[in-house]
Design a protein around this ligand. Structure first.
Ligand code: PXP
Length: 398
């Protein structure tokens, strides 16, 4: 267990929300790419932290947080400290509670700040060394707190348009029209907040040339859907999309049929995530709304999951549709609580989208076929705007 949260026995904070604190600490470890490291966080009283403060820093009285890097003092030990050991963070919950009250924030929020502060100390940041280092540590803290708060959404869901099927029409004739690159620009001008393309191994629609040009022209966000395969990984690293979405890919299928089995293909997917995170490319995993897959996605360091909405969209009866919707709602809540960002897509159209868009745990919808089909009759700009109008909440700001 990489994270060990210890509550000292004489702590009387019965209102402490331990799962929330554990979850935030785990997310911080993930944001700092320290998922595999071992860390202990010990929550204690003022009296207890005062004795550590006195013994190790020769200072009187309690403090809010103390960090003890595992490697410090290692030379004095007769054995090597494993490199995976980060160290210990000691926090006084009593001091944290007083500080939370003064700053008018929750105890959990203050504890999160102190855990982050302690973590940065373990990584070598030290605000006491110089003014310059104090500024750099402060900046890093603010940036990470901002990223930590990026889960869920505060406004309407975003709409990313998949332009694969513009390329499908082009490939039907093997000519150069219609051009998915031009389509992407029209979608952005109409208000889409991202462009999605699936570069398939068999190149049935999107071509390498499209991806290169899209990388140069997309102004919002380019999401590359791909299989977790060697060739695609090299292409993604060379192109640098804003994010990738890993999908299962079978040559015979008409479209992506099911979600990834993350639990079963853990090693392969984890390797791809590691390569992408080194290049700063966030990874989304396209999965069925299933708790086992969500758990596995969180464990191997995915930033997003995209929930497969196909079964909800294809439901044969209203009863069945309600059941499938409940699964999406529950899965989105579970993923969000686990610190994953949540997108959804597949099969969404002008009838079934509003219900999914209303789920506040879902950040972005990825829609292709329905919008491109409607564009044949009403034009692409209009088709995108109509979908955006369905996604927009009826009472903005509520
Ligand atoms: N999300 C993923 C992962 C997909 O594979 C697809 C289909 O390419 C979509 C969303 C969009 O699905 P649709 O074309 O049915 O809107």
């Amino acid at each position: 267990m990489p994270l060990n949260l210890v509550l000292q026995s004489d702590l009387t904070f019965s209102t402490l929300n331990v799962p929330t604190i554990t979850n935030r600490a785990e997310r911080l470890l993930r944001l700092l790419s320290l998922r595999r490291k071992n860390l202990s966080i010990v929550l204690m009283s003022d009296a207890e932290i005062a004795s550590f403060n006195n013994k190790y820093r020769h200072r009187q009285g309690p403090t809010n947080v103390l960090s003890f890097p595992a490697q410090d003092g290692g030379a004095a030990l007769p054995f090597a400290i494993p490199p995976d050991e980060l160290g210990d963070i000691l926090i006084s919950v009593e001091t944290a509670a007083r500080e939370a009250k003064i700053a008018n924030k929750s105890l959990e929020d203050r504890l999160t700040e102190l855990i982050l502060h302690g973590l940065l100390h373990l990584l070598g940041y030290d605000h006491e060394r110089s003014e310059e280092e104090a500024v750099s540590m402060w900046d890093k803290e603010q940036k990470l707190l901002h990223e930590l708060n990026q889960t869920g959404r505060k406004t309407m869901a975003q709409l990313a348009i998949n332009v694969d099927h513009v390329a499908t029409i082009r490939e039907a004739r093997g000519t150069s029209e219609p051009d998915p690159v031009l389509a992407a620009g029209i979608c952005e001008l109409a208000g889409a907040s991202g462009i999605v393309v699936h570069l398939r191994e068999d190149r049935r629609h999107i071509q390498d040339r499209d991806l290169q040009l899209l990388r140069q022209t997309v102004k919002t966000k380019l999401n590359l859907e791909m299989a977790a395969a060697g060739e695609m990984t090299s292409i993604a690293l060379a192109t640098g999309p804003d994010m990738i979405t890993l999908v299962p890919e079978k040559r015979q299928e008409l479209t992506t049929e099911g979600g990834l089995d993350v639990a079963r293909n853990r090693k392969k997917i984890e390797k791809t995530i590691e390569k992408m995170s080194k290049a700063g490319i966030p990874v989304s995993l396209f999965i069925d709304p299933d708790e086992r897959q969500i758990k596995a996605a969180g464990e191997i360091g995915a930033t997003f999951v995209e929930l497969h909405t196909g079964r909800y969209c294809d439901a044969a009866s209203e009863e069945q549709r309600d059941m499938e919707f409940d699964l999406i709602e529950q899965a989105a809540a579970a993923a969000s609580a686990a610190g994953l960002r949540v997108n959804a897509g597949h099969g969404l159209d002008y009838r079934n989208t509003p219900r999914v868009a209303a789920l506040e745990t879902i950040e972005e919808l990825s829609i292709g076929h329905a919008v491109i089909s409607r564009a044949v009759f009403v034009g692409l700009d209009q088709a995108v705007r109509e979908m955006l109008a369905l996604i927009r909440p009826p009472f903005p700001g509520r």
